[in-house]
Design a protein around this ligand. Sequence first.
Ligand SMILES: Nc1ncnc2c1ncn2[C@@H]1O[C@H](COP(=O)(O)OP(=O)(O)OP(=O)(O)O)[C@@H](O)[C@H]1O
Length: 489
Amino acid sequence: MLHVKQLSVGYEDASVVENIDFHVGKGEFFGILGPNGSGKTTLLKALSGILPHTAGTIQLNGKPLNEYSPKELAKLAAVLPQITSHSFSYRVKETVMLGRYPHQNGLFKSVSPLDEEIVHQALRQTGVEALQDRRLDELSGGEKQRVYLAQALAQEPKVILLDEPTNHLDLSYQKNLLELLKKQTKDQGLTVISIFHDLNLASLYCDRLIMLNKGETKIVDHPEEVLKEENIREVYDTEVHKQAHPQVAKPQIVILPEDSSAAEAAQPGEAFLHVTPEMITYRSPVHMKCMSSGVTGSGFGWYKNVVNRYVSPHYDCTDYRQDMINFLMENDLDPSFTVGMMTAVNLEDVAYDSYSMEGHSIFVVVTAGAGNAVDVTAAHEYPQELRPGTVNTWVFVNGRLSDEAFIEALVISTEAKVKAMQEQNVVDHRTGTLATGTPTDSILIASTHQGTTYPFAGSVTPLGRLIGKGVFETTKKAIESYRKRAGRS
Ligand SMILES: Nc1ncnc2c1ncn2[C@@H]1O[C@H](COP(=O)(O)OP(=O)(O)OP(=O)(O)O)[C@@H](O)[C@H]1O
């Protein structure tokens, strides 16, 4: 559809963008990225034929751009410029109707029923139908933005060129506008070329991206490649972290702020633990990055408190999440900052200890029961009941864990728990085989996110070895206490 080869564009004698090469296919959503002043608008102006290029070629549908008459070009390409505060006092509908101009013939350019229909459709699609009789200079920035988009759509172009289309729009209109354009790429084969400052929106909606750096191409590729941390660091001179979008297969970028807060003493340990018959509470002085299967605070997140709440073995689990939230609030613990678990084990039997080795340190807390133990390899043979977890394992690490280290810490903790159960000869009563856990065990790996960085935590690393030892010994102690009480030792 659009082929750009060795393109250079500038103002007067000075070149602003140089040696740009890319192509955009029919129905493709193509994003232009780059810092302020990198030449995005200059490139877009050249692509829309507003600014002549000084070298190279731009071909639209196989024909050089400069060989199109303005009217011919307007039938093929529509431009949505950056909206400025200045606007004329046209009415909204008149403004959108201007989009039909390239399609109108004859001396008087009368409005046909088809023009009316298309204009109405564009007003509807962009949500400005109710504003159609209002004057443009009375509208908010976001409303104007949508009116100009309606005008561009009314033009029925094959390519639409947009300069930061979302910059005046609130969250919901940003999404609506980009969804609308994306739908048009799929349903109508519309080609969209758009400048973005918001890298995350560009990642979500664009098929491919070009990233400009000081008027030159840094990279042209799909978002996963373009939005690599090293590219952004080099081009935007900013530290970022790239991560997966939680719901769709697209990368997202988060800014890493300078760490200005003085590190508080966060060495995990008994000092922050409080045990009562109703609950075990760990109140950390710092927010901890946690991975857990808690009732509240599950998955990855940042939390200050961890709670293991005692509930009766006959606890009705139907609305356990809301019940846990109520319980936390009654106890002055903010559910937004608390990982909450439940157990039917007597909390006096909790086992905990600190472990350190070669400058690495962890704190482990375990509550364990064996009555409901299960051999997971035979669990498929029997129905399992949803009962409060009986082996709840908390591992607090003094340091910064990478995602890989979190996963490895979880694996090591599970291996150590299974070994402890087997050593204690905990048996699945239905199969007579050694148990590996209980049906609703819960785990927390918490990282103070200060001090040493841990890229890994497998058993080949000192941290992994420490977790293996700590979870094994603490789980053993917890099972022993549980059994003593139950009179089964
Ligand atoms: N009309 C002009 N005459 C001369 N120089 C210009 C003109 N317009 C832009 N420039 C210069 O060209 C360079 C690129 O500007 P351009 O507007 O293309 O950047 P941009 O990447 O779109 O920036 P932003 O993100 O700030 O909108 C800048 O150094 C700018 O000062």
